[in-house]
Design a protein around this ligand. Structure first.
Ligand SMILES: *[C@@H]1O[C@H](CO)[C@@H](O)[C@H](O)[C@H]1NC(C)=O
Ligand SMILES: *[C@@H]1O[C@H](CO)[C@@H](O)[C@H](O)[C@H]1NC(C)=O
Ligand SMILES: *[C@@H]1O[C@H](CO)[C@@H](O)[C@H](O)[C@H]1NC(C)=O
Ligand SMILES: *[C@@H]1O[C@H](CO)[C@@H](O)[C@H](O)[C@H]1NC(C)=O
Ligand SMILES: *[C@@H]1O[C@H](CO)[C@@H](O)[C@H](O)[C@H]1NC(C)=O
Ligand SMILES: *[C@@H]1O[C@H](CO)[C@@H](O)[C@H](O)[C@H]1NC(C)=O
Ligand SMILES: *[C@@H]1O[C@H](CO)[C@@H](O)[C@H](O)[C@H]1NC(C)=O
Length: 778
């Protein structure tokens, strides 16, 4: 859909040019021929340009989508070169973006410049301003970095600027209004930050505004004057809190994964051209606008993972061309609309995680009370339900009283309502669990035999799990008390085969995280003996360690209904949130990053070598590494039996399996670059790191996370980059062993310490215990 629009816009623009230019039979000025051949050389002879030679009649060759030269009279007006997207590699180290633009500036008549997927790297030089006729600039999918040059406003004819998929950073300049003709601005997938300049509001010709996948935050400027705006893509940023003011001509509106937390505007019905509406993964509150379902053009509607409330009816009307509807994880109640349920046109309809009545088993719903209490908690009371009318009126009148007293009273009222409601549902759950289930008696059965078999318990104690209480079986009562009967406020996340996770507090006060795995087949306790024995070994300083387990049984046949696994609670958020979630936190220092990486590596070493049989293929991710209050990194998700998705568990273990090393390499890259990385980008970024290792100090620093740029010693940085690149090599056997990795991490940490130590005139020379063994890098 967006692509269609982009190409439509492009087509219109190109047609304008073609109508004013014509293919000329005259030969190109020989100076421009030379320039083109020089461009071929500077681009390192890409295969797309293999046909260019000194005899080529550039103005009269057939054009292809990926290679076009258009001339007017004797000069070039358009140059399109699109490399092979799938295999884009960085241009070699001797490529100079300055000489490249110096060469381009010998074609001052250029109006359209497309240089896509060519491996260009470096900052765009100010020289670009000498190409003052430029109207369309497309340099997407390269490795350009730095800020947008100050000289860009000199290109006052600019109509389209596409810098999608590069590594630009810094703020968007507030001179954007220097481009009154701008119709397309695509800055997707870069590292831009800060808030958007207000000057955006005056670009009234804008049709496509695409800023997805950056680090923008703050409110979206008023876009209601952009009457031509058709595509607005702001997803994966930190925008918020209010729904943007936009004109009703929008066709595509993507606000996914931001920090919006207002209600939706109540004039949604005027968005008659809207085809794609995606506001998922925010915290929008308030009533759902039922008009959304029947907008005349709507085909894709995704409001999942918000806090939208309200009731749907069976008789709701919806547009028959709706292809995908995702309402999941909101606070919606009522009945599923007939028009969505009927599987018309293979429509996909997701609605799990709400409070709908009479739904299909596969799309789990919460109790009615969940949506209601949550809706109150976010300050919105669904007014459809008669019996709660009184409450909503009271809240309203307190709201009107306002002021500090009003505020206190409101908070108190909401609390008492929540407490009362919770009390009720708790009682019901207790009754349920007592009639249906019997709890495990911790002092009998197989498990207690296992536990008292001190052999492995004392062994696990030696594994560095200092400070942890001994492994034990928990009783169901303990689990219920710890989680307040799985009260919704204890819910931490997770669903499906991995089971849901709840926070809890044990009687003696320690916090725990409890995973519950619901079993779908019939099993007896003895079927799990081997698993439990294995599970009890996952205890280490750098793992989120297991404290114990608990079985819950069906009363009728004593089959196991659920297994609870009790973990230590790690309070300080994920490693990811400490490097990339800058909206809330200060990010980790370089030293802390090396320490975190070392912790993860030690955790991996434990899993591979100290548990028997070794635990491999842990599918490690930066989101699954948690930090405790002392910033000790702990792996929270490993290939544990029961929870394991990997079928290789308990089969013959391949000790040469180095997929964890690769995953670790990705994590190192994320720590160095300061952002999460999609798997499809790992290969190109690896090449970038590789190139920067052999480049100079300044070039190395320019690509790394800006918040550590001036705080890491080059030798330390280089070592980390080298480890990272080595971990990511394709051939499994060429990746370093975890021991090698640890040695080098230690080296990186010690040179860094030594450097910092300089200024502290430290007496204990920190350089002396440097490990002597280093990896051999070419
Ligand atoms: C870069 O170096 C390669 C050989 O390593 C050479 O073939 C190429 O011409 C050089 N490119 C430039 C722009 O100097
Ligand atoms: C830039 O080039 C890419 C690849 O050819 C294309 O998909 C995109 O639509 C172009 N952008 C603009 C604004 O023309
Ligand atoms: C934005 O990025 C630039 C360059 O990466 C950095 O210097 C600046 O501190 C960042 N600003 C914010 C507010 O994060
Ligand atoms: C945007 O993020 C920066 C850096 O984290 C922060 O200083 C600033 O206050 C944020 N701005 C808004 C409007 O949230
Ligand atoms: C919808 O209402 C908001 C204010 O509530 C206003 O800013 C916006 O322009 C309106 N949009 C349309 C299309 O009427
Ligand atoms: C809706 O959005 C969520 C979160 O962004 C995403 O996971 C889900 O796949 C989307 N649903 C559909 C049907 O595209
Ligand atoms: C749809 O049903 C609801 C309640 O079931 C009723 O209040 C409403 O009037 C109905 N709407 C239409 C258009 O029939």
């Amino acid at each position: 859909m967006e692509n269609k629009l982009y190409s439509k816009v492009l087509l219109v623009l190109v047609t304008i040019f073609l109508s004013t230019s014509y293919t000329n039979q005259l030969q190109l000025q020989s100076s421009q021929t030379h320039t083109l051949l020089r461009i071929k050389r500077l681009l390192n002879f890409p295969s797309i340009l293999s046909t260019w030679n000194s005899n080529t009649d550039f103005c009269n060759t057939d054009s292809k989508a990926s290679l076009t030269v258009v001339c007017y009279e004797e000069t070039i007006t358009q140059l399109h070169i699109v490399g092979e997207t799938a295999t884009t590699k960085l241009l070699p180290k001797n490529f100079s973006i300055d000489s490249f633009f110096a060469t381009l500036s010998r074609i001052p008549s250029l109006k359209v410049l497309t240089l896509v997927s060519l491996g260009l790297w470096g900052p765009i030089p100010g020289k670009i301003a000498s190409l003052s006729s430029l109207e369309i600039v497309n340099m997407s999918s390269n490795f350009l970095y730095g800020t947008i040059p100050q000289e860009l406003p000199l290109l006052s004819n600019l109509q389209a600027l596409d810098l999608d998929h590069n590594m630009f950073d810094g703020h968007l300049p507030d001179w954007l209004d220097s481009f009154p003709l701008l119709t397309v601005l695509n800055l997707k997938q870069n590292l831009f930050n800060g808030s958007l300049p207000d000057s955006l509001s005056s670009l009234t010709n804008m049709r496509v505004l695409s800023l997805s996948g950056n680090r923008f935050n703050g409110s979206v400027p008023d876009l209601s004057r952009l009457v031509n705006l058709q595509v607005l893509e702001l997803d994966d940023n930190g925008f918020g809190p209010n729904f943007p003011r936009i004109c009703n001509k929008l066709v595509t509106c993507v606000l996914r994964n931001n920090k919006f937390r207002s209600s939706l505007p109540d004039n949604m019905s005027s968005y008659y051209q809207l085809e794609r509406f995606d506001i998922s993964d925010n915290a929008f509150v308030g009533p759902i606008q039922l008009e959304l379902f029947s907008l005349p053009s709507i085909t894709y509607l995704n409001i999942s993972r918000n806090k939208l409330s309200g009731m749907l009816f069976e008789n709701l009307s919806c547009n028959s061309v709706l292809e995908e509807v995702d309402l999941s994880s909101n606070l919606l109640s009522g009945k599923l609309p007939k028009c969505l349920v009927s599987n018309f046109n293979d429509r996909s309809f997701l609605y799990g995680g709400n409070c709908f009545e009479e739904t299909n088993q596969n799309q789990n719903q919460h109790e009615q009370s969940f949506c209601h209490t949550e809706a109150i908690a976010v300050g919105i009371v669904p007014n459809e339900r008669k019996k709660h009318k009184r409450v909503s009126k009271t809240v309203l009148s307190f709201g009107i009283v306002g002021g500090i007293f009003g505020g206190f009273a409101l908070v108190a009222l909401v609390f008492s309502i929540i407490r009362r409601r919770k009390g009720k549902s708790m009682m019901m759950m207790m009754k349920n669990s007592q009639t249906k289930l019997i709890s495990e008696n911790a002092a009998s059965g197989y498990t207690s035999k296992l536990i008292t078999d001190a052999g492995y318990v004392s062994k696990t104690m030696n594994f560095g799990s200092v400070g942890l209480p001994p492994y034990r079986a928990f009783s169901l009562e303990e689990i219920m008390a710890a989680t307040n009967n799985f009260d919704t406020t204890s819910f931490m996340g997770g669903e499906g085969s991995q089971g849901q996770m709840n926070r809890g507090q044990l009687k003696e006060g320690s916090l725990v995280a409890i995973r519950s795995v619901k079993l779908t087949k019939s099993y007896k306790t003895k079927d799990f003996m081997q698993h439990i024995e294995m599970i009890s070994k996952f205890r280490h300083h750098h793992l989120v360690s297991v404290l114990g387990h608990c079985f819950e049984y069906y009363l009728d046949d004593a089959n196991v209904r659920r297994i609870f696994i009790v973990f230590e609670y790690v309070p300080n958020g994920s490693l990811k949130s400490w490097i990339s979630d800058r909206h809330y936190r200060k990010s980790l220092t370089w030293t802390q990053r090396i320490a975190a990486a070392t912790g993860v590596a030690k955790g991996i070493q434990f899993l591979h070598t100290e548990i028997v049989p070794g635990v491999y293929s842990n599918n490690l991710k930066i989101t699954d590494v948690l930090l405790d209050q002392n910033f000790v990194a702990k792996i929270s998700s490993y290939n544990m039996p029961l929870l394991s998705k990997s079928p290789s568990f308990n089969k013959s273990v391949k000790s040469e399996d180095k997929s964890d090393i690769y995953d670790f390499g990705v994590m190192l890259m994320e720590l160095i670059l300061g952002r999460t990385i999609k798997s499809r980008n790992v290969e190109t970024l690896k090449d970038l790191l590789q190139a920067s290792i052999i480049s100079d100090d300044e070039a190395r620093r320019s690509i790394i996370d800006s918040s550590i740029r001036n705080a890491c010693l080059d030798e330390s940085l280089k070592t980390m980059m080298e480890i990272c690149v080595r971990c990511l090599v394709k051939e499994m056997e060429d990746r370093p062993s975890i021991e090698d990795v640890l040695w080098n991490l230690q080296f990186a940490s010690q040179v860094q310490d030594a450097w910092r130590g300089d200024s502290l005139s430290s007496d204990s020379s920190p350089l002396s215990p440097l490990p002597s063994r280093r990896m051999n890098f070419h």
